[in-house]
Design a protein around this ligand. Structure first.
Ligand SMILES: C[S@@+](CC[C@H](N)C(=O)[O-])C[C@H]1O[C@@H](n2cnc3c(N)ncnc32)[C@H](O)[C@@H]1O
Length: 275
């Protein structure tokens, strides 16, 4: 017998009209499902949550998104619609266990492949800086899967930083320093790095001059952004120009799409080297 799909279960509980508003895909963070529910289905959200719990034995809580990621901590309001009343979980990714509070910290399960892409580029003896380190997924995935000299993570949200410190310990990551603070204040006092990861897509380039204070010849920078395809070339020129204004010549190595923000807007990463 074919296994039941969520859509099949809900088709028995919702009207045809209501089914048209139903999105059946959702993110799974540890044992928490995070789902988008359209306003037309608000009255049926408990039924939807219960159906998800019944179908997925590994999920114990179902949350619905209430608004977009916002504020300087890039957090998102979530409301529990079914299951255990907890927003703290442990997510497994690339051999790491990552503990977090899904509402009080930013974390995207969708960036797992991108974190591994960065990890695959690390060479032994590198000193790596992860700006905007959140609950520590880049730090832990690199720490667990690569040979390196040191990793430094910097995060502004005290709650995310607390989880990052716990995650580094839980995953036994060595030669790591996690700093709570604003990268603009902390980074300029540090020594130079071989690689700098900048995962703050909306405004990362505003922090490029800060990153350059700890760059040297050969430093590789990974700068994230949200862009439409028609903006790619202009964006590369902008990065070259910011670096030039700061006295650095760079070579763009790649611009890759590493996620989808909306139908025509991608999460992108520009990899470039200081030459
Ligand atoms: C998009 S999240 C990325 C978090 C993490 N790297 C990940 O991939 O899950 C950006 C993070 O940058 C932090 N942040 C924002 N402005 C910052 C600043 N000036 N200095 C340090 N961290 C900052 C936010 O609190 C947030 O946790």
């Amino acid at each position: 017998m074919k296994p039941m799909k969520l859509r099949d279960i809900l088709a028995k509980k919702l009207t045809k009209k209501e089914m048209e508003f139903m999105t059946t895909s959702f993110d799974i963070v540890g044992d928490i499902a995070v789902i988008e529910i359209k306003p037309e289905l608000e009255k049926k959200e408990k039924i939807i949550g219960e159906a998800i719990l019944a179908m997925h034995k590994n999920i114990v809580t179902v949350c619905k998104r209430v608004g977009l990621h916002s504020g300087k901590f890039r957090t998102q309001k979530l409301r529990i619609i079914a299951g255990k009343r907890s927003k703290e979980t442990v997510h497994k990714e690339s051999g790491c266990r990552l503990k977090l509070h899904v509402e009080k910290c930013y974390f995207s399960v969708r960036s797992g492949t991108e974190r591994l892409r960065i990890a695959s580029m690390i060479k032994p003896k590198e000193d790596i800086l992860v700006m905007f380190s959140g609950i520590g997924p880049f730090v832990c995935v690199i720490g667990k899967n690569c040979k390196y000299n040191s990793i430094t993570g910097i995060e502004l949200n005290p709650i995310a930083h607390k989880y990052a410190v716990e995650n580094v310990e839980m995953n036994k990551i060595k030669s790591v320093k996690m700093v709570l603070g604003d990268v603009r204040e902390v980074v300029p006092k540090m020594s130079k790095f071989d690689r700098i990861v900048m995962p703050l897509p909306r405004t990362a380039e505003e922090f490029l001059n800060t990153a350059l204070t700890v760059a040297k010849k050969g430093t590789i920078i990974h700068l994230y952004g949200f862009l439409g395809e028609e903006e790619f070339e202009e964006h590369k020129k902008k990065i070259i120009s910011i670096c030039k204004d700061n006295g650095f010549k760079i070579k763009i190595k790649d611009l890759i799409k590493c996620g989808q923000f909306s139908p025509k807007v991608f999460r992108i990463c520009v990899d470039f080297e200081v030459i």
